[in-house]
Ligand binder design. Structure first.
Ligand SMILES: *Cc1c(COP(=O)(O)O)cnc(C)c1O
Length: 396
């Protein structure tokens, strides 16, 4: 019988089995979706004890789950599985990636201080949340790791970064980032890499966050978020999640957990497709620049490759077509790609970050207007290349 903390199991085996330890004893093969919004209490005293334990961030133990906003077995299964894949003690799942970011910022503010150092580029929504100070945080934005050390203060509660960065795929050396943070906890948005290609906690990062809406769900049909961290951070995040009502729905958790089973296969196949699309894009004269972590120009520090920080380059690509109008024309001319925001799905997506995902970002930090972001799916790469060729021809 496999368990999620079975150190002998490799990633592909954990992806299939982790979080499913109780299924045998339940007499089922697939995970049940536990929809109960409330749970019977054996008696007032033990019900009260369970409530107290869960509301303060503790584990379920033998007690009642009390109420779905506090604890849900389907959500907990997904959390155990994701923690196993990230090499983390725990994970906490949320209704969306942004709900996860909100909870981490809130907990960091409570635990350490309201100042945040954020390395740009970031996902537009995260940048926007930090720039507005909506949660009472104060953010110093920096453009690279070299400037992190100078920006950290005594009241810095969190250092926030993304690698590869959204949308232009800048890479960050996580060990250097952790050193520059000087003891302040580091949050890395691992959405683009997934635990298949990168495990931030192995490099001293405190919190690895995912928009599970993307590769983890993988089919464009679920919104969710998750944070992998140590037990102390999980204890701090769960009460924030309970108070703000941000827990993932059990059906979403079921889909995210199921998504993990094929995550390694999908990530590797999509990466192979992306490599072929990148090679073709490099030969197209209308494309001014191709950005992809597998290209030497995007990886000056040599962070990508077998046994390195990022085991492979992934399946996100950015291309610069020189102008907003050309980029828009290409996005509007594709037939096999879907012109839509989001990423990491089995089907390929294309979008214009400056108009869409990065619209709320300050002008000086917004991606170039000629940039399109591509998320490569599982279609035949030859068909994807032909679609890009016809779209670029139509746009010229
Ligand atoms: C989509 C995304 C988010 C936000 O996640 P939601 O699930 O849409 O709330 C955060 N970070 C990155 C890198 C993303 O791509």
């Amino acid at each position: 019988m496999t368990t999620s903390n079975d150190a002998r199991l490799r990633l592909d085996s954990l992806a299939v089995h982790a979080g499913r330890e109780d299924l045998q004893s339940l007499g089922v093969h697939a995970s049940p979706i536990d929809l109960s919004s409330t749970n019977p209490l054996p008696d007032v005293e033990s019900g009260g004890d369970a409530y107290e334990r869960l509301a303060t961030g503790g584990d379920l133990g033998d007690g009642s789950a009390v109420y779905q906003r506090l604890w849900n077995p389907t959500v907990a299964r997904f959390e155990r599985a994701l923690a196993a894949l990230e090499g983390a003690e725990a994970a906490v799942a949320f209704a969306s990636g942004m709900a996860a970011v909100t909870a981490v910022l809130t907990a960091a503010k409570q635990r350490r201080g309201a100042h945040v150092v954020a390395v740009r580029p970031l996902y537009g929504g995260t940048d926007h949340l930090l720039a507005t100070g909506l949660l009472g945080t104060e953010t110093t934005f920096v453009d690279d790791v070299e400037h992190v050390a100078r920006a950290v203060r005594a009241d810095t509660g969190l250092v926030v970064a993304e690698t590869p960065g959204n949308p232009t795929l800048e890479l960050i050396d996580l060990q250097a980032l952790v050193a520059a943070a000087q003891g302040a906890p580091v949050l890395v948005d691992n959405t683009f890499a997934t635990p298949v290609l990168q495990r931030p906690l192995d490099h001293g990062v405190a919190l690895s966050l995912h928009s599970a809406t993307k590769y983890i769900g993988g089919h464009g049909d679920v919104l969710g978020g998750v944070v992998a961290c140590d037990a102390a951070w999980a204890r701090a995040l769960r009460p924030v999640r309970a108070i703000t009502g941000a827990i993932a729905h059990p059906f979403s958790a079921y889909l995210m957990h199921r998504g993990l089973q094929t995550l390694p296969l999908r990530v590797r196949a999509q990466q192979e497709g992306a490599r072929r699309v990148v090679a073709a894009l490099q030969g197209m004269s209308a494309v001014r620049e191709v950005r992809y972590p597998g290209l030497a120009a995007c990886d000056p520090s040599g962070l990508v490759g077998e046994g390195k920080q990022m085991a492979g380059p992934g399946s996100m690509i950015a291309i610069d077509l020189g102008s907003s109008s050309r980029a828009a024309a290409v996005a509007e001319s594709v037939r096999l790609f879907t012109h839509a925001v989001s990423l990491g799905s089995v089907d390929s997506l294309i979008q214009h970050p400056a108009s869409l995902t990065h619209r709320p970002v300050a002008a000086e930090a917004r991606p170039h207007a000629g940039v399109l972001r591509l998320s490569i799916g599982l279609e035949d790469p030859g068909d994807l290349i032909a679609d890009l060729e016809q779209a670029i021809a139509a746009a010229s």
